[in-house]
Design a protein around this ligand. Structure first.
Ligand code: SF4
Ligand code: MG
Length: 265
């Protein structure tokens, strides 16, 4: 099914006007189409949250699972059907709080799938609570005077936990989303792609950032590509690009060797 057909069949969606999640879905669909992956060879597994509703808008095999448990379900699917392209979109709370333990262990196992962290720095669906990626000084429903919690850096966390592919971009950089997702799908191993995205309804409104356009402009002005002059001149900007791209033994292949060994005995 083409991107156009999917749009006609499944839209309108439930996300608020200006939400960045639709941009991520759109560019994920373009990636799958450009890579000419048969949708029947795709499997999307999501947890709970605004981001997790993404699995309702694809014509892939899909599972809308428990909060924070998408990677655990996806691991089971991939081990039993290793030929499938498994993609796991998660919100910042879903991936890094409720699912934080599953995330670090999926990174160290190096199982072949694409984990997309849709990071809008807030719990959108439940009303704007701060998440492990909000950071200090952020206003949220549960931090009316401001958050004092230091945020995880997704890239550093994934790298430290052993992910063999780690990248970051934003919803402002739509072509970069497609190019990084293409690399992530081509990678054999656990690929983490963090996409900084906007929740104008809660994060934007509470932190007086304006609407979606102003939030996208913030990503334009406060990020820079790795290795760029802009980043060199202002190291406080958030770096974008591919941070890790390594070949390491992949979990399903190693597991298949164990099964073969067991059959011989
Ligand atoms: Fe998007 Fe925020 Fe609305 Fe959820 S609450 S759909 S994250 S804008
Ligand atoms: Mg969120």
């Amino acid at each position: 099914m083409s991107v156009q057909n999917i749009r006609e069949r499944f839209f309108p969606h439930i996300w608020c006007p200006g939400c960045g999640h639709g941009t991520i879905l759109n560019n994920l669909l373009h990636t799958v189409q450009e890579l000419q992956i048969d949708p029947s060879n795709m499997c999307m597994v999501s947890g709970i949250g605004c981001s997790a509703r993404i699995s309702g808008y694809v014509d892939f095999h899909s599972m809308h699972t428990l909060h924070g448990r998408a990677l655990a379900c996806a691991t089971g699917i991939k081990l039993t059907r290793p030929e499938l392209n498994v993609v796991v979109p998660m919100g910042d709370g879903d991936a890094m709080a409720i699912g934080g333990n599953h995330f670090i262990h999926a990174c160290r196992r190096n199982i072949d799938m694409v984990a997309i962290i849709m990071n809008n720095r807030i719990y959108g669906m439940t009303g704007g609570q701060y998440s492990p990626l909000s950071g200090e000084g952020i206003l949220a429903t549960t931090a009316p005077y401001h958050s004092i919690d230091h945020a995880f850096d997704t890239v550093k966390l994934a790298t430290g936990a052993g992910a063999s592919f780690v990248a970051r971009t934003t919803t402002f950089h739509v072509k970069e989303i497609v190019s990084l997702l293409k690399k992530a799908f081509a990678h054999k191993g656990f690929a983490v792609v963090e996409i900084l995205t906007q929740c104008p309804t809660y994060f934007g409104r509470k932190n007086k950032m304006g609407g979606a356009v102003q939030m996208l402009e913030w990503y334009r002005d406060n990020t820079a590509p790795l290795g760029s002059k802009k980043l060199e001149e202002n190291p406080n900007l958030i770096p974008r690009g591919v941070f890790v791209d390594e070949q390491r033994p992949e979990y399903c292949e190693e597991y298949a060797k164990i099964i073969a060994k067991a059959h011989k005995e």
